[in-house]
Design a protein around this ligand. Structure first.
Ligand SMILES: [Fe+2]
Length: 338
């Protein structure tokens, strides 16, 4: 029995329940039918959402470290030596719970690196729940990714909506292991250039867009990848975002961006190419999951604790997604236009 969100494609299985912050308890009544008007799910009320996240953070702090985390500590990784001619990286978002789900995903990320080293890790925001408090960075970053950090794999983060709740994210920008050169910045590695954006509403948009325009125009990288926290195309709770699309998509199209990576949606989704751009949601990094139903724009959509492994050669960019148990949940190949 399913109920649909009024402005997105989200379906909630009646009776299964989502956290109260979604307001589902009030609407998922017995007898609820598909697309029945009484079953419309309202937008999450801000106050309820805050209360839920505060409570969740309290619970997170009370959780002791699990066995998988202890295991990753016991196995220090050898230094990374990525294969030449290939750029390999991991992408994950909405990680900052500090709980067993985040640690399980972190352990699988380390396992991928052990099998075949990666050059870097992208964190697509909501790095620390509930409010970006840098004092929680041990629990939400240093511990879950200790094996990757010990192997000296660089991380590069962007700010999510939760991260800016403390001093507008400035303590995270100053925290060097997050690899942020600023609120927005670019990183070049091999054939890939990463454009890291602050997609929050209060970002310095005119300054950022002017930098983005000229950084894209001057980039000679064969692969251009943009990373922001918020979705542009999504089949999850928030759905497509016309406002962000208006800000970014035509610019990305004009300058040959092939991939946009985001979180905010707590699920995994890879879109079909939309005007030449693939939109990749990697929000299964640790925060509680939400259900997702594939839509016509989805190549794959899964509600799973997960992350993506990406490998770029001069001709192809391969996306492989893994769940918290190391099971492959997606694989797709982007072919570069000459
Ligand atoms: Fe978010």
């Amino acid at each position: 029995m399913l109920c649909f969100h009024s402005t997105s494609n989200l379906a909630i299985q009646a009776g299964k329940g989502l956290p109260d912050e979604q307001g589902c308890g009030a609407v998922l009544q017995r007898g609820c039918r598909l697309r029945q008007p009484g079953c419309i799910l309202p937008r999450p009320p801000v106050l309820l959402r805050r209360r839920f996240l505060q409570a969740a953070a309290g619970a997170v702090l009370a959780v002791s470290l699990g066995a998988d985390w202890a295991q990753s500590l016991a196995q220090p990784q050898p230094p990374a030596a990525p294969a030449s001619g290939r750029t390999r990286f991991l992408a994950v978002a909405d990680v900052g719970s500090g709980d067993a789900n985040q640690r399980a995903v972190g352990a699988q990320m380390a396992a991928v690196h052990r099998r075949q080293p990666v050059d870097l890790v992208l964190l697509a925001g909501d790095n620390i729940y509930p409010s970006g408090d840098i004092r929680l960075v041990g629990k939400t970053f240093e511990e879950p990714y200790a094996a990757l950090l010990a192997a000296k794999v660089p991380f590069h983060a962007v700010l999510g909506n939760h991260d800016i709740r403390t001093e507008n994210g400035n303590p995270q920008i100053a925290y060097r292991p997050y690899g942020m050169k600023g609120r927005f910045y670019s990183v070049r590695k091999g054939d890939v250039e990463f454009f890291m954006l602050d997609t929050n509403g209060n970002a310095p948009w005119s300054q950022q867009l002017s930098w983005f325009r000229s950084a894209l125009a001057s980039s000679k990288a064969p692969w251009k990848v943009v990373v922001g926290h918020h979705p542009i195309y999504s089949s999850g709770l928030y759905g497509n975002n016309p406002e962000l699309r208006a800000k970014l998509s035509s610019l990305m199209q004009r300058h040959g961006v092939q991939l946009y990576i985001n979180g905010h949606e707590h699920n995994y989704e890879r879109s079909r190419p939309i005007d030449g751009i693939t939109y990749l949601v990697v929000g299964g990094g640790g925060a509680y999951l939400r259900p997702v139903l594939p839509t016509a724009q989805s190549a794959k959509a899964v509600s799973a604790y997960s992350f993506a492994e990406l490998e770029a050669t001069d001709k192809t960019l391969t996306v492989t997604a893994w769940d918290r148990n190391g099971k492959q949940i997606d694989r797709g190949v982007l072919v570069r236009k000459p």
